[in-house]
Write a protein that binds this ligand. Structure first.
Ligand code: PLP
Length: 397
């Protein structure tokens, strides 16, 4: 992206005039077209009625599926729109009929909500969870994964980009192994959607979940699911309603073959339309351009932070993205984050409870997470670095 592009992106982002927003992995600042779309639909509902506004918006609601499909190289019928990434992930995971002795392979980077669901399912069904190791770079060890494949593996679950670091896991290599073995591959792309160029054909995943509010810059309370037709053909959702299935006769129903089978009838249509606007906005910049800008800014930030006495940057992996995690010796991360907040710099905290496998394996402290987006500037990152350097000097002095 050129300087002119960045200036235009900032002009379209109201919040850029208010804060230095480095919490894009929590919820990014939405661009004006997203907020305008949401507000316009809420107003239409207030003026004409919710169902009537939905009828008027029906073609635009359909277009949201096409936009999401274009984002990840899928077909519109492969997309389900949900109210969160977790709901999307769960609707696939909980529909898989696990039996005692079945093996579920997951990764060190796994996210708390997924991990808790795995634990509950293991307790209920007798399936076993195995955490695939990391290689020396800190990404999932593809050789270890390959060694673990056998006829009892029922699912490979991978977190593409963890909530707690700049790592990008080798999802395409995992997809190739899963496809060769005929094992369903469920990819949590919550932190990668909107900052990396995702293509489900290249990823070879059977399912992919993502959220709207993070790097996609969409409204809160939105998410989506991609499912490969081969997975949908095998998997009846655990929970059905009159959107996911049709009540065809008093004693029969038919589950929809397309992505609707994982949706609920009731939804926040204003948010769904806003999600579509967010995806279109990302596509208008182009995901390769976004990735280049975001990973470049983050790499520069890591270098500058690492040069400050007492600072440790914790990000790992061969390929890295826009999430930067660090700590300052002698200063609790919660205190450092509050201090940054008092200077109008938004960051977040990464805690053990969101990623037990990784925190335990690396014995990580609580970390400050600064997640950058393409609309951030080197100036803004300089303000973060300055504030951390001042804390470092105060600690020393
Ligand atoms: C945020 C996050 C989720 C959950 O997304 P929701 O939309 O809050 O459900 C899942 N996985 C990862 C890696 C995340 O960072």
């Amino acid at each position: 992206m050129t300087d002119t592009d960045v200036a235009r992106a900032r002009a379209l982002t109201l919040g850029c005039g208010e804060v230095v927003h480095l919490n894009n992995a929590g919820a990014a600042l939405p661009p004006a077209p997203v907020t305008d779309t949401v507000v316009a639909h809420l107003r239409a509902e207030a003026m004409r009625g919710g169902y009537e506004a939905a009828d008027e918006a029906a073609p635009r609601a359909e277009a949201v599926y096409r936009s999401i499909a274009a984002l990840i190289g899928a077909e519109p019928e492969d997309i389900s729109i949900t109210d969160s990434a977790t709901r999307a992930w769960q609707s696939v995971f909980y529909s898989i009929p696990f039996a005692p002795g079945d093996r579920i392979l997951t990764c060190k980077a796994d996210y708390a909500s997924n991990a808790v669901a795995l634990l509950q399912t293991a307790r209920r069904t007798g399936a076993e969870i195995e955490v695939v190791g990391d290689d020396a770079s800190g990404q999932l060890d593809v050789a270890d994964l390959r060694r673990r494949i056998d006829g009892r593996v029922r699912l490979i679950s991978l977190t593409h980009v963890p909530t707690q670091g700049g790592l990008v896991n080798p999802a395409e290599e995992v997809g190739a192994i899963a496809e060769e073995a005929g094992i369903p591959f469920l990819l949590d792309a919550c932190q990668s959607a909107g900052q990396l160029d995702l293509d489900v054909t290249r990823l070879r995943c059977d399912a992919l979940s993502a959220t709207g509010r993070k790097y996609l810059r969409g409204p809160r309370g939105t998410g989506f699911l991609y499912t490969h037709p081969r997975l949908r053909a095998k998997l009846e959702p655990t929970m059905l309603d009159l959107r996911s299935a049709t009540w065809t006769a008093p004693d029969s129903y038919q589950v929809h073959e397309d992505g609707r089978r994982f949706e609920n009838w009731e939804r926040n249509l204003a948010a769904v339309l806003g999600l579509g606007a967010a995806v279109d906005h990302a596509l208008s910049w182009g995901l390769p351009a976004i990735e280049e800008r975001v990973s470049g800014l983050a790499a520069g930030l890591r270098t500058e932070l690492a040069a400050i006495p007492g600072v440790t940057v914790h990000d790992q992996g061969v390929r890295r993205c826009g999430i930067v995690t660090f700590s300052l010796a002698g200063t609790p991360s919660a205190r450092l984050r509050r201090l940054l907040g008092s200077e109008n710099i938004n960051t977040s905290l990464s805690r053990r409870e969101s990623a037990q496998h990784d925190f335990t394996a690396r014995d990580l402290p609580e970390m400050v997470r600064a997640s950058v987006h393409y609309y951030n500037t080197e100036d803004e990152l300089g303000r973060l670095v300055d504030a951390v350097a001042r804390s470092s000097r105060r600690r020393a002095g």
